[in-house]
Design a protein around this ligand. Structure first.
Ligand code: CP
Ligand code: NVA
Length: 321
């Protein structure tokens, strides 16, 4: 283990600089083209993947991706370890980093991830928290790049629960990529000021821009990318009935799509609730790229894991083929 290179973590979208985000996306494309050619976890090394919330895509894409990188995934579900309830996060980190090469964690509080990272000598990756879903955004940006050929200068719109983890990550990752990010939701469900400020700071570096509004039609005008997410995130189930009413004016339906550019692509991180945040005819229609987006979780996270290991001085980044 290197003692000179500081370990790199990925707890939120801005943990990668604009140049680093582009490097990870380039590597993801190279890995997609040469699927079994990269082996930074050869040995095999183990990667611990913790889930405090449920998952299909994140679980499978990390498990498959770690295996494809030559490693062995150890998936630990809520209630199966001592982490967080019988043992502190910092003590857990100090044990884990002696045994595994990377720690991946889906949890509630962002502060838990920060505590894990502060005490770990191996990379810690946020696999979704209440505040951010940065791995999803790498996959989303990869998908847009594949379909549009570029990211900088494109207008990306997110409608719906504009205070949730996906809205925050669209703001930060989109601004990092030099995109014009527009976020629309109802009053009281808009991104926190510190997140908007961080996105604006990134946009000033990259030539992108940020707009937060309650006006869905204004946000949609001429958009190149239209994204949405569930109106009821994990942990909000008790608010379900109220939430299904709150966000109705922000549904991505055929009428909304008529305001976007005619060649706009549609993103949804999934799972999707047809007839609520997205109409069936939109998600199952020709502009939808959601299945490519889901597949790209695999390629984007493989690139991220390999890149973090290399940037931390823990692995080499070359393809064996
Ligand atoms: N998009 C996403 O993170 O899906 P899962 O909750 O199934 O992992
Ligand atoms: N905002 C959603 C994303 C699911 C992948 C949630 O946190 O439940």
């Amino acid at each position: 283990m290197s003692t000179t290179t500081p370990v790199r973590h990925f707890l939120l979208d801005t943990d990668l600089s604009p140049a680093e985000q582009a490097e990870v996306l380039d590597l993801a494309l190279a890995m997609k083209a040469d699927r079994y050619g990269y082996r930074p976890f050869a040995g095999p090394q183990t990667v611990a993947v913790f889930f405090d919330k449920t998952s299909t895509r994140t679980r499978v894409s990390f498990a498959a991706g770690i295996t494809e990188l030559g490693g062995s995934p150890l998936v630990i579900n809520a209630g199966e370890s001592q982490l967080g309830h019988k043992e502190s996060i910092s003590d857990s980190a100090k044990v884990l980093d002696r045994m595994v090469s990377t720690i991946v964690w889906r949890t509630y509080a962002q502060s838990g991830l920060e505590e894990m990272a502060a005490n770990s000598r191996v990379p810690v990756i946020n696999a979704l928290s209440d505040d951010y879903h940065p791995c999803q955004l790498l996959a989303d940006l990869l998908t847009v790049r594949e379909h549009k050929g570029t990211l900088a200068g494109l207008t990306m719109v997110y409608l719906g629960d504009a205070a949730n983890n996906m809205a925050n990550s669209y703001l930060l990752a989109g601004a990092t990529a030099g995109m014009h990010v527009r976020i629309a939701g109802p009053e009281g469900y808009l991104p926190a000021e510190h997140i908007v400020a961080a996105a604006e700071a990134r946009a000033a570096e990259t030539g992108g821009s940020v707009l937060v509004t309650t006006d869905a039609a204004a946000a949609l005008a001429g958009a190149d990318v239209v994204a949405t997410d569930t109106w009821v995130s994990m942990g909000q189930e008790e608010e379900k009935e109220a939430r299904l009413q709150l966000f109705r004016a922000y549904a991505v339906d055929a009428e909304a799509m008529r305001l976007a550019a005619p060649d706009a692509v549609v993103l949804h991180c999934l799972p999707a609730y047809r007839g609520y945040e997205i109409a069936a005819e939109v998600i199952d229609g020709e502009q939808s790229v959601v299945w490519d987006e889901a597949e790209n979780r695999l390629h984007a996270q493989k690139a991220l894991m390999a890149w973090l290991m290399a940037a931390s001085g823990l692995a080499e980044l070359e393809s064996a083929t």
